[in-house]
Design a protein around this ligand. Structure first.
Ligand code: SF4
Length: 475
């Protein structure tokens, strides 16, 4: 798929909108229509879009814009492309022209601007073409998030990444290294991380720490000695925050001793993620554990005293339909976790799935919609409510990921990372620190990145610390 930009260079806005209609293609910028081409232009004070095929113009659309307002210009350009492509290639677009990661944040902003429920509803429907069902979901999530966001203003969050896993899952695009090849790097990694943790503890000693989230990778890939070392270091360096989470994502990394170590360090929330409760799918996605392993791990976690357990699942895994999802929800219902995070499969650039896409038949829109209907209904029956959500590029069907929880079991960290009203300091390989400075004319968000590779992180830890020192100078 080709595209032409005229009188602007908002490439991302245009490509992301085209991707909604023509996913998983290569997108090339050209200067004259050639083959299938989308033209996006600012012309005569408006946003204009046209679609060409074989040299013939098949559709056009125009949207009024305020040329002095960049946000409005970008919004207009996206809307023009959306309206134009809807004429030649109509799709079901539950989120309309909303291409961003954080639909609930937009709703929060509308509420902060003083819009009423009716006005928020009307704007999402008429300006962004969002469906009624998704409007209700976004408003529900935004309202649930409000209290957490307000409580967290001025406080900070801390993320610590442990980038090791037993094997690499088919769909994974995280910084994650398989332990069979990287086991000998783990202690060196912890040495470097220790330095970054100690430096950061000193840097933020006067701040109020609201949450700590140890994620990855899979932190429980560490052996008991390494896990004890890490958690002792964290306890010695930071005051226990309101919320403390450790990802115990892969059931094949968990045993009773590790679960007790985690509990003994005052960790209040863990996540054990089956992704599906169908054994043949677990094999297909490269997770070296069974459904039974997940049940055992969950039971052990309860035995060790963990009373706040999240479980992640993914809809749209290869070969699955609503009957598989029903089976997964049956199993989860029996366990009654405090929260369930329902993801829809995304084909991420750095994943094995993307590399081997031709081997899989991905779920279509209608089937994904049916699977989402199952999880929405079953979570409600279990007394769980949606409390946070986000979207990603290349999600199958253009849907969303939603966290559901029992009353008062929201994950503060998840809400804060999505709403971007709080600074979150990230440590470890691939860590992306985000500082938020509140200002009347709009929040100022700055990012500080750590290198992604484990080897680079170990070898360049001085540089990572220096980046934090410089980036957080006036923090
Ligand atoms: S467990 Fe998570 S981080 Fe590890 S490979 Fe699978 S998706 Fe990636």
């Amino acid at each position: 798929m080709n595209y032409i930009l005229k009188n602007h260079d908002y490439t991302d806005d245009i490509v992301v909108t085209i991707m909604m209609f023509y996913p998983n293609e290569k997108y090339a910028q050209i200067t004259e229509p050639e083959g299938r081409t989308v033209l996006s232009a600012i012309e005569n004070g408006g946003a204009f879009a046209a679609f060409y095929d074989g040299g013939e113009c098949l559709a056009r659309a125009q949207v009024n814009i305020d040329p002095e307002n960049e946000k409005n210009v970008r919004f207009g350009l996206r809307t023009a492309v959306f309206k134009c492509l809807m004429q030649v290639h109509p799709i079901k677009a539950p989120w309309g022209t909303l291409t961003g990661v954080r639909p609930a944040k937009l709703v929060q902003m509308m509420y902060r601007d003083g819009l009423s429920d009716e006005e928020v509803y009307a704007s999402l429907k008429n300006d962004y073409f969002v469906t009624d069902e998704k409007i209700r979901l976004a408003m529900k999530v935004a309202k649930s998030e409000q209290r957490i966001v307000e409580n967290g203003i001025g406080k900070i969050g801390l993320y610590i990444g442990i980038p090791f896993c037993p094997t690499r899952c088919l769909y994974c695009s995280f910084t994650s290294y398989p332990l069979d090849k990287y086991a000998n790097k783990v202690d060196l990694y912890l040495d470097a991380l220790e330095r970054e943790i100690k430096f950061t503890a000193e840097l933020i000693k006067d701040k109020e720490l609201e949450s700590i989230y140890i994620g990855g990778g899979t932190p429980t890939s560490l052996n008991e000695t390494q896990l004890e070392r890490l958690l002792t270091l964290v306890s010695d360096s930071f005051k226990t925050p309101v919320e403390y989470t450790v990802e115990a994502g892969r059931p094949d990394t968990i045993d009773i001793d590790k679960l007790r170590i985690i509990k003994d360090h005052n960790v209040g929330r863990i996540s054990i993620n089956p992704q599906t409760l169908n054994d043949e799918t677990l094999v297909a996605i490269g997770r070296r554990h069974t459904v039974e392993d997940f049940y055992k791990a969950f039971k052990l976690a309860r035995q060790a005293g963990h009373d706040h357990i999240n479980t992640d699942i993914i809809l749209g895994l290869p070969g699955e339909d609503e009957t598989h999802v029903t089976k997964t929800m049956d199993g989860l219902e029996r366990l009654s976790p405090e929260s369930i995070t329902v993801h829809t499969l995304a084909v991420k650039r750095a994943s094995r799935l993307k590399e081997t896409l031709e081997q899989y038949e991905l779920t279509d829109f209608d089937r994904m919609e049916k699977m989402l209907a199952v999880t929405s209904k079953r979570t409600a029956e279990m007394g769980l409510q949606p409390y946070y959500m986000y979207r990603q590029k290349n999600m199958v069907g253009n849907f969303e990921n939603v966290g559901y929880c029992k009353p008062n079991c929201e994950c503060i960290y998840n809400v804060q990372i999505m709403e971007e009203q709080q600074s979150i300091i990230a440590l470890g390989a691939g860590g992306s620190t985000k500082t938020v400075e509140k200002a009347p004319d709009g929040d100022k968000i700055e990012r500080i990145f750590n290198v992604k590779s484990v080897d680079d992180y170990i070898n360049r830890i001085d540089e990572m610390i220096m980046r934090k020192k410089t980036g957080l100078e006036n923090f």
